[in-house]
Ligand binder design. Structure first.
Ligand code: 5GP
Ligand code: ZN
Length: 115
Protein backbone atom coordinates (compact mmCIF):
# COMPACT_ATOMS: atom_id res chain seq x y z
CA UNK A 1 0.00 0.00 0.00
CA UNK A 2 1.52 3.36 -1.01
CA UNK A 3 -0.80 5.64 0.96
CA UNK A 4 -3.83 5.14 3.17
CA UNK A 5 -5.63 8.47 3.52
CA UNK A 6 -7.41 7.31 6.65
CA UNK A 7 -3.93 7.11 8.19
CA UNK A 8 -2.82 10.20 10.11
CA UNK A 9 0.89 9.65 9.34
CA UNK A 10 0.21 9.18 5.60
CA UNK A 11 -1.60 12.53 5.80
CA UNK A 12 1.40 14.12 7.55
CA UNK A 13 3.76 12.64 4.91
CA UNK A 14 1.54 14.11 2.18
CA UNK A 15 1.51 17.53 3.89
CA UNK A 16 -2.28 17.35 4.41
CA UNK A 17 -1.92 17.53 8.20
CA UNK A 18 0.66 20.01 9.51
CA UNK A 19 3.65 18.81 11.48
CA UNK A 20 6.95 20.37 12.53
CA UNK A 21 9.26 18.63 10.06
CA UNK A 22 12.90 18.51 11.19
CA UNK A 23 14.35 16.73 8.16
CA UNK A 24 13.12 14.72 5.19
CA UNK A 25 14.23 12.80 2.14
CA UNK A 26 12.49 11.37 -0.90
CA UNK A 27 11.34 8.33 1.08
CA UNK A 28 11.30 9.45 4.74
CA UNK A 29 9.95 12.29 6.90
CA UNK A 30 11.02 13.21 10.47
CA UNK A 31 8.75 15.46 12.56
CA UNK A 32 8.31 16.42 16.20
CA UNK A 33 5.93 14.33 18.33
CA UNK A 34 2.78 16.22 19.35
CA UNK A 35 3.17 15.03 22.96
CA UNK A 36 6.92 14.88 23.61
CA UNK A 37 8.15 12.72 26.49
CA UNK A 38 11.62 14.32 26.48
CA UNK A 39 13.24 17.60 25.33
CA UNK A 40 13.85 15.93 21.93
CA UNK A 41 11.10 13.62 20.65
CA UNK A 42 11.04 13.14 16.88
CA UNK A 43 9.11 10.55 14.86
CA UNK A 44 10.77 9.12 11.73
CA UNK A 45 8.41 7.54 9.17
CA UNK A 46 8.64 6.18 5.64
CA UNK A 47 6.32 8.10 3.31
CA UNK A 48 5.02 4.74 2.09
CA UNK A 49 2.48 3.13 4.40
CA UNK A 50 3.80 0.14 6.36
CA UNK A 51 1.99 -1.08 9.45
CA UNK A 52 4.95 -1.73 11.69
CA UNK A 53 8.67 -2.51 11.84
CA UNK A 54 7.99 -6.13 10.88
CA UNK A 55 6.54 -5.20 7.49
CA UNK A 56 9.04 -2.36 7.01
CA UNK A 57 11.90 -4.83 7.53
CA UNK A 58 10.64 -6.75 4.49
CA UNK A 59 11.86 -3.73 2.45
CA UNK A 60 15.50 -3.55 3.64
CA UNK A 61 16.51 -0.47 1.63
CA UNK A 62 13.61 1.52 3.10
CA UNK A 63 14.39 0.29 6.62
CA UNK A 64 17.99 1.41 6.06
CA UNK A 65 16.84 4.84 4.90
CA UNK A 66 14.66 5.22 8.02
CA UNK A 67 17.71 4.41 10.16
CA UNK A 68 19.92 6.81 8.18
CA UNK A 69 17.42 9.58 8.93
CA UNK A 70 17.26 8.53 12.62
CA UNK A 71 21.02 9.19 12.77
CA UNK A 72 20.64 12.46 10.88
CA UNK A 73 18.03 13.60 13.43
CA UNK A 74 20.32 12.63 16.33
CA UNK A 75 23.17 14.65 14.81
CA UNK A 76 20.97 17.63 13.97
CA UNK A 77 19.43 17.66 17.47
CA UNK A 78 22.92 17.36 19.04
CA UNK A 79 22.24 14.06 20.79
CA UNK A 80 25.90 13.02 20.76
CA UNK A 81 25.76 12.00 24.45
CA UNK A 82 23.13 9.40 23.65
CA UNK A 83 19.52 8.88 22.72
CA UNK A 84 16.89 6.16 22.46
CA UNK A 85 15.24 4.71 19.33
CA UNK A 86 11.93 2.90 19.89
CA UNK A 87 9.60 1.09 17.48
CA UNK A 88 6.46 0.33 19.49
CA UNK A 89 4.98 -2.69 17.71
CA UNK A 90 1.44 -4.03 17.98
CA UNK A 91 -1.07 -3.73 20.84
CA UNK A 92 1.14 -5.24 23.53
CA UNK A 93 4.02 -3.07 22.30
CA UNK A 94 1.91 0.03 22.92
CA UNK A 95 1.64 1.04 19.24
CA UNK A 96 -1.24 3.50 18.80
CA UNK A 97 -0.66 4.74 15.24
CA UNK A 98 -0.68 1.96 12.63
CA UNK A 99 1.98 3.51 10.35
CA UNK A 100 5.48 2.47 11.36
CA UNK A 101 7.46 5.15 13.16
CA UNK A 102 10.74 5.29 15.01
CA UNK A 103 10.62 7.42 18.15
CA UNK A 104 13.95 9.28 18.54
CA UNK A 105 14.01 10.43 22.16
CA UNK A 106 16.76 12.34 23.93
CA UNK A 107 17.93 15.38 25.80
CA UNK A 108 17.53 13.82 29.25
CA UNK A 109 18.77 10.74 31.11
CA UNK A 110 16.87 7.61 29.98
CA UNK A 111 16.04 4.81 32.39
CA UNK A 112 15.76 1.09 31.81
CA UNK A 113 13.40 -0.71 31.80
CA UNK A 114 10.74 1.65 30.39
CA UNK A 115 7.22 1.39 31.78
P1 5GP B 1 2.88 4.98 19.25
O1 5GP B 1 2.14 4.87 20.56
O2 5GP B 1 2.02 4.54 18.10
O3 5GP B 1 4.23 4.33 19.26
O4 5GP B 1 3.21 6.51 19.07
C1 5GP B 1 2.41 7.41 18.38
C2 5GP B 1 2.96 8.79 18.65
O5 5GP B 1 2.41 9.68 17.71
C3 5GP B 1 2.61 9.34 20.04
O6 5GP B 1 3.81 9.65 20.73
C4 5GP B 1 1.78 10.58 19.75
O7 5GP B 1 2.04 11.65 20.63
C5 5GP B 1 2.17 10.92 18.31
N1 5GP B 1 1.12 11.55 17.53
C6 5GP B 1 -0.16 11.11 17.39
N2 5GP B 1 -0.83 11.91 16.55
C7 5GP B 1 0.04 12.86 16.13
C8 5GP B 1 -0.08 13.96 15.23
O8 5GP B 1 -1.12 14.24 14.64
N3 5GP B 1 1.03 14.72 15.04
C9 5GP B 1 2.21 14.45 15.69
N4 5GP B 1 3.24 15.27 15.43
N5 5GP B 1 2.35 13.41 16.52
C10 5GP B 1 1.28 12.64 16.75
ZN1 ZN C 1 0.06 5.51 6.75
Amino acid sequence: MIADMSCIFCAIAAGDIPAEVVTQSDAVVAFRDLNPVAPVHVLVIPREHHADVTTLSAVPELMAEVMRVVNEVAAQEELGDGFRVVFNTGPLGGQEVGHVHAHVIGGRQMKWPPG
